[in-house]
Design a protein around this ligand. Structure first.
Ligand code: NAD
Length: 359
């Protein structure tokens, strides 16, 4: 049997790392019909949009996608294609496992954390009001009237919706994940002391759900600022973290830093029926086309994908092969060497070749 899977190379370093992951999946022996779909900054001219309809149609049809990173212009230009895919397909859970591989250069050992990030609401809702626009002036007036608080006229406004519905879904997901994977504790992380009606609501809903799991999975809360410090000082105290969208994004990068960097940090965007697997890292445009960056994050995202579709043996085999190559430390990319300009570092495709040989 062959699986139908949407393959989105993306832009920047995307095509290089996605090709490495595709070759690794095929080398496990799992049969896949790849439905290759173009998206990102490079297809703007061709389709007039970075996210042509056929990309979403393909993911809806196949239910599974392996996706490379896609560039989002900063401060102007089109909105994030990555966020749009998550919102349009209701991929409400972003799962980012962080574990230490032997041989990775890091100040920490034995890290094993799961970040569960809400993926569709919060400040990522894309509801923004630009400086000096008539609708911005109107919203400022309404807020001032409604709250009696002053907002400077030269302000931009971004809206942060957090719903009971969205929070229930993500917190349930985190507890169910913990239960299924024999995890002991879920920590909810917000800034509820300041954001009482959004982050406060997140806690309120989380506490209600935690009650259902009493005696099975422990529940605790941390404020995001304290959490950053705690993760740097004593990450071993934590297990599964569940967070609203923005904090989840930031903490994922922090956790990636604990285990050796973005080059090896995988992720999955999961909905009720659809799953899109992608690395945490972005399109790193300055490295585009150089066959230089680390393919591991994308390859480990494909390990999560194999596991998700039920190909547990293949997932384990590929994970072990990655672990072996990292532990040997020879045929690895520049970011895994003691010095970034180490002449013994290999390129993206050579590291993938070595992982395939180790399978
Ligand atoms: P980035 O993750 O692309 O790169 C930051 C730095 O991390 C790079 O300069 C590089 O030093 C390192 N890095 C990233 N991937 C690596 C790899 N595979 N191997 C080795 N080193 C690696 O973050 P950025 O520079 O903030 O963002 C660049 C673009 O990517 C932006 O347009 C951003 O919006 C987009 N982005 C996309 C996604 C996504 O597609 N899901 C995620 C994050 C950022």
């Amino acid at each position: 049997m062959a699986y139908n899977i949407t393959l989105i190379p993306g832009d920047g370093i995307g095509p290089e790392v996605v090709e490495s992951a595709r070759r690794c999946v095929e080398a496990t022996g799992v049969k896949v019909n790849w439905d290759v779909q173009e998206a990102g900054i490079d297809v703007m001219d061709k389709y007039g949009t970075p996210l042509p309809d056929q990309v979403l149609d393909s993911i809806k049809k196949n239910k599974i996608a392996l996706k490379g990173p896609i560039t989002t212009p900063i401060g102007k230009g089109f909105r994030s294609v990555n966020v749009a895919i998550r919102q349009k397909l209701d991929l409400y859970a972003c799962l980012r496992p962080t574990k230490s591989y032997k041989g990775v250069r890091s100040k920490y050992e034995n890290i094993n954390l799961i970040v569960v990030r809400e993926n569709t609401e919060d400040l990522y809702a894309g509801i923004e009001f630009e400086l000096n626009k008539p609708e911005t002036k109107k919203i400022i007036e309404q807020i001032e009237k409604g709250t009696g608080k002053k907002i400077l006229k030269d302000s931009g406004i971004s809206i942060k919706p957090i719903s009971v519905t969205g929070t229930k879904k993500i917190v349930n997901f985190a507890f169910e994940y913990a239960l299924k994977h024999n995890r002991k504790k879920v920590t909810a992380v917000t800034k509820a002391n300041i954001l009482k009606f959004t982050d406060g609501l997140f806690y309120e809903v989380a506490r209600g759900i935690a009650k259902k799991y009493e005696g099975k999975v422990e529940y605790e809360e941390r404020l995001i600022d304290n959490m950053c410090m705690q993760l740097v000082q004593k990450p071993e105290l934590y297990d599964v973290l569940v967070l609203p969208n923005l904090y989840g994004d930031i903490i994922s990068d922090l956790c990636a830093g604990l285990v050796g960097g973005l080059g090896i940090a995988p992720g999955a965007n999961l909905g009720k029926e659809i799953a899109v697997f992608e690395a945490i890292h972005g399109s790193a445009p300055k490295y585009k086309g150089q066959n230089k960056v680390n393919p591991t994050a994308m390859i480990l995202s494909s390990v999560l994908m194999l596991d998700w579709i039920g190909e547990k043996e293949a997932a384990k085999k590929l994970d072990n092969a990655v672990a072996k190559v990292i532990a040997e430390g020879k045929s690895v990319t520049y970011d895994m060497k003691p010095h970034r300009d180490d002449p013994t570092a290999v390129g993206t495709s050579q590291m993938a070749d070595t992982i395939i040989k180790a399978l």
